[in-house]
Design a protein around this ligand. Structure first.
Ligand code: FES
Length: 148
């Protein structure tokens, strides 16, 4: 009989066939009314579908984050490396960018763009650099856009 594993056991949903050293990610799609009007619900659905399609469910948790205060640049997606710490639903990291290593902020997301984020950032562990935004540099495109 094999000895019982030592230490806490990961929940079933967190157990994967991936070898050690393969990164896990948390991908959040903001969900405030402004970004939802701009397509955040479709972005969220597309991210979940792509994670499933690529069989990356064990490596990427897709969820609805809070509002990052960047609605004028949204819909927004934040990808962070999952280091196993519990997610604090009321914690500040759901409402602001932490700007730490391993965090990527993707702005002006669409279904097509988030599919790339899942495929490249999660699937290939390589950020989709051309889709990354910088809120300190990006203009409010709603202001800049010509009025219909
Ligand atoms: S809801 Fe998208 S940043 Fe506010």
């Amino acid at each position: 009989m094999a000895p019982a594993p030592r230490g806490p056991r990961l929940p079933e949903s967190r157990q994967t066939p991936y070898p050690r050293g393969v990164k896990r990610y948390r991908l959040s799609v903001c969900k405030g009314p402004d970004c939802r009007r701009g397509g955040a619900d479709k972005v969220f659905a597309a991210a979940r579908e792509e994670v499933q399609r690529l069989n990356l469910g064990g490596r990427c948790e897709v969820y609805r984050g809070g509002c990052y205060g960047l609605c004028h640049l949204g819909p927004n997606v934040v990808v962070r490396e999952d280091l196993g710490q519990p997610r604090d639903l009321l914690g500040g990291d759901e409402f602001k960018l932490l700007r730490n290593e391993g965090e990527a902020y993707y702005w002006a997301m669409s279904s097509e763009k988030v599919v790339r984020v899942v495929s490249e950032h999660v699937g290939q562990e390589r950020a989709a650099a051309d889709l990354i935004g910088d809120p300190e540099k990006e203009a409010d495109f709603r202001v800049a856009a010509p009025k219909p």
